[in-house]
Design a protein around this ligand. Structure first.
Ligand code: 1JT
Length: 258
């Protein structure tokens, strides 16, 4: 389904990463993929994961460094001659901002979360535009905390709300270039990012008890949805946030378990 398509995957940290699940589903359909990593610390992981892939490229890309972003796109553009899709699976907020009250979020934590988790979407979209000559598809990752209050998600919820709104504004700007932009709102998944977050166990139990499918979502299921969105199957979908959360977001008040 993705033969002759070229994608860039942003946000692989290890094999449990949502970005990696997206990569695997796209590779299975014949895509050529480039990968970016943030910081030397993650370089080895990404290189090891991708070492047996044909025609791959691994480049550094810290989104707070515009020169690195430009160099990453230049390298990918030169190797493949075009870019067809982007998977944006990048977010960050300082640990202390993801506990306690949102009220006390520092200016620095707020700006950092917004820059890395939200601004990076228009930033990468603009950098990709010269290489998406035949149209394209951009997919990013959100979470329910963008829309409703989720304890501890705090400033990340605000950043994800900005990311989802950015998805809609970009969809309008890029539609005339036949570039689609969509978000996936994934249920909580046990990745490196989720590790270290307080009370994640309680959160997974709550989803198991209340989601219509009575279980948590798997990274692979998010990967399959990303594949759908970057493929021609989703040619009529743009500006959308698609929930891949075992149905959790549709529930208002749930009856107690029997
Ligand atoms: C970040 C982190 C973004 C964890 C994230 C995230 N998006 C989803 N998660 C998992 C999660 C975290 C909390 C939560 C529900 C899900 C950590 C590093 C920075 C970016 O709230 C209960 C806090």
């Amino acid at each position: 389904m993705l033969e002759n398509k070229v994608g860039i995957i942003f946000g692989v940290a290890n094999k449990r990463s949502i970005a990696w699940a997206c990569a695997e589903s796209c590779l299975e359909q014949g895509a050529k993929l480039a990968f970016t990593y943030q910081g030397e610390r993650l370089k080895d992981n990404v290189e090891k994961l991708t070492k047996d892939l044909p025609d791959t490229l691994v480049v550094p890309c810290d989104v707070t460094n515009q020169e690195e972003v430009d160099a990453a796109f230049k390298a990918v553009g030169e190797k493949y001659g075009k870019i067809d899709f982007i998977v944006h699976s990048i977010a960050f907020a300082p640990r202390e901002a993801l506990e306690g009250e949102f009220l006390t979020t520092s200016r620095e934590a707020f700006l950092t979360a917004m820059e890395i988790s939200a601004f990076s979407l228009p930033q990468l979209s603009l950098a990709a535009l010269p290489y998406m000559k035949e149209g394209g598809s951009i997919v990013c990752m959100s979470y329910y905390g963008a829309e409703k209050v989720v304890s501890n998600y705090n400033v990340m919820g605000v950043a994800k709300a900005a990311l989802e709104a950015s998805t809609r504004y970009l969809a309008e700007d890029l539609g005339k270039h036949n570039i689609r932009v969509n978000a996936i709102s994934a249920g909580p998944i046990n990745t490196l990012s989720a590790r270290g977050v307080k009370n994640m166990g309680t959160m997974f139990k709550h989803i198991e008890a209340n989601a219509p499918l009575r279980r948590n979502v798997e990274a692979e299921e998010v990967g399959k949805t990303a594949l759908f969105l970057v493929s021609n199957l989703a040619s009529g979908i743009t500006g959308e946030t698609i929930y891949v959360d075992c149905g959790f977001n549709i529930i208002g008040i749930q009856k107690p378990a029997e």
